[in-house]
Write a protein that binds this ligand. Structure first.
Ligand code: PRP
Ligand code: ADE
Length: 172
C-alpha cells in the first residue's frame, strides 16, 4: 500500500516554513489505518523486540501506540504533557521543530526489568523521542526500540536517539 498517498502535506503549518505531514487523512482511511498498525506490528515481531510495554507520546503517539500494544500483547503507557498525570512523575524538557515543551511519565509506570518500545506518529528533530528515551532511563527500565510511522530524514532525528532498533514505515 502507498501510505504516502494517504498522508496530506500542509505548507506553513503551524508556522511559516514548516511542511506539516498530516496523518488525519491516513487515520480516516480504514484500509490505510489497518495496514499501518499491522505493518508496524509485523516489523516489531520480525525485529524480535518483544516489549512488555509500548510507550506513546501525547497526543499522536497515543493513536498508534495503543493498538500496537494490543497487537503485541503488551501494556500501553502514556507519556503526557505537563500536569496531566495524577501520580508521582519524572519530568523532562525538550526541543521541538517548532518550540519547546515538557513531557512526564508516572514513576511507577513499569514493572522492574521491563522491556519498553517507544512509538510515535513521526520523528522530526528527534527532540520528543530522545526526551522520552531519557524519561524511560530515569525509570530504570530497558528501552528495546522505537517505532515511527513517518521519519523526516533531513532533520537528523536519529542522531538524538540511543543505539537500539528504529522501525519506520514512511520516509521523507
Ligand atoms: O522529532 P520532533 O521534532 O520532536 O517532532 C515530532 C513530534 O512532534 C509532534 O508532536 P507535537 O509535539 O506537535 O504534539 P501532538 O502530538 O499533540 O500534535 C509529533 O507527533 C511528534 O511527537
Ligand atoms: N513537519 C511535521 N509534520 C507533522 N508533525 C510534525 N511534528 C514535528 N514536525 C512535524
Amino acid at each position: 500500500m502507498d501510505l504516502k498517498s494517504l498522508i496530506r502535506d500542509i505548507p506553513d503549518f503551524p508556522k511559516p516554513g514548516i511542511l506539516f505531514r498530516d496523518i488525519t487523512s491516513l487515520l480516516r482511511n480504514p484500509e490505510g489505518l489497518r495496514y499501518t498498525i499491522d505493518t508496524l506490528t509485523q516489523k516489531c515481531k520480525d525485529a524480535g523486540l518483544a516489549p512488555d510495554y509500548v510507550v506513546g507520546m501525547e497526543s499522536r503517539g497515543f493513536i498508534f501506540g495503543s493498538p500496537l500494544a494490543y497487537q503485541l500483547g503488551a501494556g500501553f503507557i502514556p507519556v503526557r504533557k505537563p500536569g496531566k498525570l495524577p501520580g508521582a512523575v519524572h519530568t523532562i524538557e525538550y526541543d521541538l521543530e517548532y518550540g519547546t515543551d515538557r513531557l512526564e511519565i508516572h514513576q511507577d509506570a513499569f514493572d522492574p526489568g521491563s522491556r519498553v518500545l517507544i512509538v510515535d506518529d513521526l520523528i522530526a528533530t528527534g527532540g520528543t523521542a530522545g526526551a522520552t528515551a531519557q524519561l524511560i532511563q530515569q525509570t530504570g527500565s530497558e528501552l528495546v526500540g522505537f517505532g515511527f510511522i513517518i521519519e523526516l530524514k533531513d532533520l537528523g532525528g536519529r542522531q538524538k536517539l540511543p543505539d537500539v532498533p528504529i522501525l519506520t514505515l514512511v520516509e521523507y
